[in-house]
Design a protein around this ligand. Sequence first.
Ligand SMILES: Cc1cc2nc3c(=O)[nH]c(=O)nc-3n(C[C@H](O)[C@H](O)[C@H](O)COP(=O)(O)OP(=O)(O)OC[C@H]3O[C@@H](n4cnc5c(N)ncnc54)[C@H](O)[C@@H]3O)c2cc1C
Length: 410
Amino acid sequence: MTTKSILVLGGSYGGTATAHYTLKHIIPKLPSPDSYQVVLVSPSREIIVRPAFPRALIADSYFDQSKLWTNLEDQFKQYGSKFRFVHGVATSLDHEARTVTVTQKTGAEVTVEYHALVIATGSSTPSPLLSLNGGGRDEVKAHWTAFRAALPNAKSIVIAGGGPVGIETAGELGEHLNGRAGFFSSKLVNPKVKITVISKDKDILPVVRPALAQTAEGYLAKVGVEVVKNVGVESVSPAEAGRASDVTVGTEVKLSDGKTLQADLYIPAYGTTPNTSFVAESLRAKDGRVETNPKTLRVDKAGERVYAVGDASNYARPAVHIMMDAIPVLAANLKRDLLIAVGQTPSGDERLLTADEGETQLIPIGRGKGVGAFKGTRLPSFFVWLFKGRDYFVGMSGGMWSGQNWAKET
Ligand SMILES: Cc1cc2nc3c(=O)[nH]c(=O)nc-3n(C[C@H](O)[C@H](O)[C@H](O)COP(=O)(O)OP(=O)(O)OC[C@H]3O[C@@H](n4cnc5c(N)ncnc54)[C@H](O)[C@@H]3O)c2cc1C
């Protein structure tokens, strides 16, 4: 019997969730389930709780490392030979021939034919401190080690980017290096390390209302962080400062208002690049993400049974909670399409997603404070700490990685 591959590219939130869901709820319900196999490709053997990076990068002592990093293959042993892991990176997708070429970590190339394809290759950050960026644990740890070694001698840090990642990183570094001002002080005077956030927008944290952004600025001031708004970073010297080649180099930061800042450490914490270079340009949107039907999660232009989700897809803004709503929709449509492929007529209509793009975001500022909103309702700082700031979801991610969170078909 020929095996039909359901090929999943990416081993993080989108990839692991889709793989578990397919193995638990789709394949067992197809005629001849033994003829299907989920093949998951990832350059990293570990799954990582990416939202925790702003704190995790500073010291190992902040998190239980066995929960921060989880071995991917171990989570799929429960499915036996129905699951196969390929340790490598997808380098080209031929959507006409329905094949993906993968360069394995060993250097060998392999071409995988797919019956169905899920693209969940996510995105990379300019700073290698904040994401796997196509590597694995060793690469990230090497960057963290270098950065941590430079911290005790740093007198000034510039963080470019007023979005949640820049603000969380600034808050964590501020509290770690400077401590927190007392209850009656609105700001930390003469902080040990001068930390500056550069935001090109008039408000930081664009997803939440301006009043929350202002509260965040107040919390940042208490850990010695200054926010400069309405100003962009024009250029940095050396040009590769803060990138993979050097996370610890002293940097001159030229701003759009003509000023220049000198930083002992520079972190570019703005924007992400979708990991989609292996996908034909004709399948990509202008911003580089895979052009995806936002209702069905299908990549309509790629032929039958091709889907995309997560940061690599343009179905919605990049956020884990939006993706968790999208997985059951993608899975329902995948199941439907697989049934049609074997000549069956699925019952009911296809499933459609309405992504919740509203004001939902939690932004811890250091280890005790934070701002946030859930579905348009402002949350007190204590709740932001309770839901996220306490451990940045590290403690509660196990069920997602093991598939326990997907035990029921929803
Ligand atoms: C520092 C930081 C903090 C964040 N905090 C939050 C938060 O608090 N809340 C929230 O909702 N969102 C947060 N986000 C966004 C969130 O992390 C992403 O939306 C989420 O990780 C996207 O998951 P994903 O599975 O699409 O991709 P990713 O998590 O980016 O993972 C992509 C996977 O694909 C692999 N891959 C890459 N290229 C290839 C390839 N060519 N072939 C095969 N595999 C490949 C990668 O190694 C990785 O395993 C944060 C992002 C960052 C950078």
